[in-house]
Design a protein around this ligand. Structure first.
Ligand code: GNR
Ligand code: NI
Length: 180
């Protein structure tokens, strides 16, 4: 297994619509295993493949609590098949939007069909944090980040911060600024 680098805003790849996986083979399983290692190391409770620069419809997830036995879930080509009318508000964060957290309104429960790590079709019904995280990850597969659910003012404020930070980083790298 290998730990991969996680891309952050304003990387344009976060806006890509990821491609469905044709066959769950050894190469796909290797990407899933590397994603799980990357997610646990971050640490995060979910990860979409595009967050490590792979535009395929792959997700890893584990909402087990610290000290509990780990319960990793691998999802290939996940699709939301049903959402509740009832909504829920969670303070969300994202490994691709480090250090920003805000309330997001989403359906409180959902059903998701997917292929598991062995390529077998599964369907799960979720509520609570799992339902939120599933929707957050499937959003990533469609190029949507949680800040897209916030008001335009909040979204643009956060986006601007990351553009500014990226500009500063590139200047340090070229030695034209600061101590770089
Ligand atoms: O680690 C994560 N925590 C989290 C908390 C609330 C709602 C969603 C998430 S997902 C996030 C990891 C991540 O960025 N996945 O794409
Ligand atoms: Ni995320």
């Amino acid at each position: 297994m290998a730990k991969l680098d996680i891309i952050t805003l304003p990387d344009p790849r976060l806006k890509l619509v990821s491609e469905p996986v044709a066959k769950v083979d050894a190469e796909i399983r290797r990407v899933l295993d590397d994603m799980l290692e990357t997610m646990y190391a971050a640490p995060g409770i979910g990860l979409a493949a595009i967050q490590v620069g792979v535009p395929k419809r792959l997700v890893t997830l584990d909402v087990s609590r610290e000290g509990e036995e780990k319960r990793p879930i691998f999802l290939v080509n996940p699709e939301v098949t049903w959402v509740s009318e009832e909504t829920n508000i969670y303070q969300e964060g994202c490994l691709s939007v480090p250090e920003h957290y805000d309330d997001v309104v989403r359906p409180a429960r959902c059903r998701v069909k997917f292929l598991d790590r062995d390529g077998v079709a599964q369907e799960i019904e979720a509520d609570g944090l799992l339902a939120t995280c599933l929707q957050h990850e499937i959003d990533h597969l469609d190029g949507v980040v949680f800040i897209d659910h916030l008001s335009r003012l909040k979204r643009e404020r956060i986006a601007k911060r990351f553009v500014k930070q990226a500009r500063l980083q590139s200047r340090v790298g070229t030695g034209r600024f600061g101590i770089g």
